[in-house]
Design a protein around this ligand. Structure first.
Ligand SMILES: Nc1ncnc2c1ncn2[C@@H]1O[C@H](COP(=O)(O)OP(=O)(O)O)[C@@H](O)[C@H]1O
Ligand SMILES: [Mg+2]
Length: 211
């Protein structure tokens, strides 16, 4: 991509850099973002960089979303919530830096099991950690609003982390401008009834569990 500095090593390997991060590989992408594994050249730590897709660069709503996600990330500190890094630093453009989580998404884990279900004790263990993390977020005025298997990581040590606060709501903060984006946030299959009705998705305890 043109916005990144491109270099070639002696072995003709192309290196992509932005600020003090060197891109290693693409980890995943959704409708709005590309997520890359990178190395922080200040401390040689692996980190994850999240960029808006090219067609969204310059969109005011996306800019505000990134700012909000960064603000939320700097408020939260919980073992089951993904940590945002270096939130105060100057960057040449808008992107987020996050801790690198080694593991798989809950979606990948479920697909690997299919057509079987996860064993009950494993499902309960995961669910309890998710609830713990959500209770913590709610106590800190943060409402994720897009909990689904793609946004839950199961780490190699078995612990879970909630990721992707891209459409989260911060209690008391002004409403993000969604110009050029859908006014409804979330993923229909996993939305709470009030989100589906187009409300802000602020209720604390509503949870829809499949029977
Ligand atoms: N910190 C991380 N460590 C490892 N993989 C990640 C991390 N964050 C995101 N990913 C991968 O990238 C995908 C997209 O990230 P996400 O933050 O959910 O963005 P999107 O808004 O595009 O859904 C995730 O489903 C996961 O596979
Ligand atoms: Mg996601």
């Amino acid at each position: 991509m043109a916005r990144w500095e491109k270099r070639k090593t002696h072995a003709e390997r192309v290196i992509l850099r932005i600020d003090h991060y060197e891109i290693i590989r693409l980890l995943g992408h959704g409708g709005m973002n590309h997520v890359y594994l990178a190395e922080d050249l200040h401390n040689q730590q692996k980190v994850v960089l999240k960029f808006p897709n090219d067609d969204l660069i310059g969109n005011v709503g996306v800019f505000e979303r990134y700012k909000r996600e960064a603000e939320i990330g700097s408020r939260l500190n919980h073992p089951n919530v993904q940590r945002l890094l270096n939130t105060g630093e100057e960057r040449s453009e808008h992107y987020l830096v996050m801790e690198y989580l080694q593991g798989r998404t809950l979606r990948e884990v479920l697909e690997k099991c299919a057509p079987d279900l996860l064993p009950t004790d494993e499902a309960l263990r995961i669910t309890i950690q998710i609830c713990d993390a959500l209770a913590y977020c709610h106590e800190h005025g943060v409402f994720h609003r897009d909990i689904k298997p793609e946004n839950i990581m199961i780490l190699n040590d078995g612990n879970i982390k909630i990721i992707d606060f891209g459409v989260a709501l911060l209690e008391g903060a002004r409403r993000v401008t969604w110009r050029g984006l859908s006014g409804t946030v979330g993923t229909p299959d996993y939305m709470s009834p009030e989100q589906l009705r187009g409300e802000r998705g602020l209720s604390r305890v509503k949870m829809c569990l499949p029977s």
